[in-house]
Design a protein around this ligand. Structure first.
Ligand SMILES: *Cc1c(COP(=O)(O)O)cnc(C)c1O
Length: 431
């Protein structure tokens, strides 16, 4: 059994200080039945808790840690930046350097702006799209997550397109009514929605590779349909690549599926573990943003020099070696092939999904293609599998609705150890 005594005590205290003891809900291990390990340090692919347990980390801070924890070059860049001051609230050269590199990697982005979180990036992209089109309504897909901005915290009750209901108390019905939702991968429902109200829709926002209902891939031709329909109605197509950007492929989902969106949001990897995100796209849309245009958006710490330094060094690391991401993808494939074999041997009915360096395991006998099929997966089997993996030193995302991440720091031995642990965990999952 895992020893988590110090974490348990720390969590008890944290619960008196912060809602649920955490600063972001999923960290609380709500459905798992053990305290969340409190982390003391991390290095490469290893993460260590305050009880001294070491794990192979597949959470990677929920995506950013593509080059591994505490990469020496990222640490050095941060140390040097810190000695020059932590924030000025004035333009710096490094902001343009990072912007230039992002533009090179994402040719669909003609201009961009740095913000501090993915939430800000999607919220600001939606505002710019509304300002540009002069329209109010937006479309999002059920089970896609775009941060916690009010107008994006909305889903519908069923697979049918319907006017939005707020997902969270505190989001007003007035805000929610401008967010239309439709099931992911349902081509007919989307076509019908656009036929009905396409000319009133400012933006369609989508995770082109969905990672927030577990990992769910777009079906053949689906993203092209979104491109064609939005073009037809003068609607801004926003690819939210905050999670899948730089890691499903270096140039993101838009390169894999050969789609040019009007706008893209990026986050997570772009800050190399510090708070950075960005939104960008067509010049005519981005020039609506203040002070070039009228759409207001600002940030005291936007383009922060420490955050820019970590982001720039991380993007340099994954571009200097042109095969960096490809190699990490190949390692991920070895892992998911191993997980499939292990599940088959244990007689566990699972769906193992992979996109580049992202993967997830659904305890489901049927294919998972949208939120409804993801939600129908067996949560108890997942919990038993998760706890067995944790006990064996494998740190996975503590929910079937979250994706796992492989970094360039994961070794062949890490992958082999993980597959070996999964053989035991899939047997444990059967209960
Ligand atoms: C994580 C995530 C966000 C939100 O980013 P934060 O930095 O947590 O605000 C938005 N969109 C997608 C696709 C994400 O995965």
């Amino acid at each position: 059994m895992l020893h988590l005594e110090k974490s348990a005590a720390a969590f008890a205290e944290a619960q008196t200080l912060m809602p649920g003891g955490v600063n972001s809900p999923v960290r609380s291990y709500n459905r798992i039945g053990c305290p969340p390990p409190f982390i003391a340090w991390a290095k490469g692919s290893t993460i260590c808790d305050i009880d001294g347990n070491q794990y192979i980390d597949y959470v990677g801070s929920w995506g950013p840690i593509i080059v591994g924890h505490a990469h020496p070059r990222v640490v050095k860049a941060l140390q040097e930046a810190a000695t020059r001051g932590t924030s000025y609230g004035a333009p710096t050269l490094i902001e343009s350097q990072l912007a230039k590199l992002v533009k090179e990697i994402y040719p669909s982005i003609e201009k961009l702006r740095m913000v501090n979180s993915g939430t800000e990036a999607t919220m600001s992209a939606i505002r710019a799209a509304r300002g540009y089109t002069g329209r109010d309504k937006i479309v999002k897909f059920i089970g896609c997550y775009h941060g916690h901005g009010d107008s994006l915290l909305v889903k519908a009750g069923s697979g049918a397109a319907t006017f939005g209901q707020p997902d969270s108390p505190g989001v007003t019905a007035g805000t929610a009514k401008d967010t239309l939702t439709v099931a992911y991968n349902d081509a007919d429902a989307f076509r019908e929605l656009m036929d009905r109200c396409g000319d009133d829709i400012a933006a369609v926002i989508v995770e082109p590779i969905a990672g927030n209902m577990g990992l769910v891939l777009p079906e053949e031709g689906y993203l092209q349909l979104l491109r064609d329909e939005t073009q037809k109605h003068g609607t801004v197509l926003i690819f939210d690549e905050v999670m899948c950007g730089f890691r499903t492929a270096l140039h993101g989902a838009q390169s894999i599926y050969h789609i040019v969106p009007d706008m893209t949001t990026l986050g997570k990897i772009i800050g190399g573990g510090l708070p950075v995100a960005a939104y960008g796209g067509r010049k005519d849309i981005m020039d609506c943003v203040s002070p070039a245009g009228q759409v207001y958006q600002a940030g005291t710490l936007s383009g922060n020099p420490l955050a820019m330094a970590a982001g720039l060094e991380t993007l340099r690391l994954i571009t200097e070696d042109p095969d960096y991401i490809e190699k990490a993808c190949a390692k991920t494939k070895i892992l998911t092939d191993g997980l499939k074999d292990a599940a088959a041997q244990a007689g566990a009915a699972v769906q193992v999904h992979r996109a580049g360096t992202m993967f997830s395991v659904f305890f489901s006998a049927v294919p998972v293609t949208n939120y409804a099929t993801s939600e129908a997966s067996d949560q108890d089997a997942f919990r038993r599998y998760f706890l067995s993996m944790l006990e064996q030193g494998i740190y996975l995302a503590p929910s079937q609705f979250e994706t796992n991440f492989v970094s360039g720091a994961h070794s062949d031995e890490d992958i082999a150890r993980t597959v070996k642990a999964a053989e035991t965990a899939f047997r444990a999952a059967r209960g």
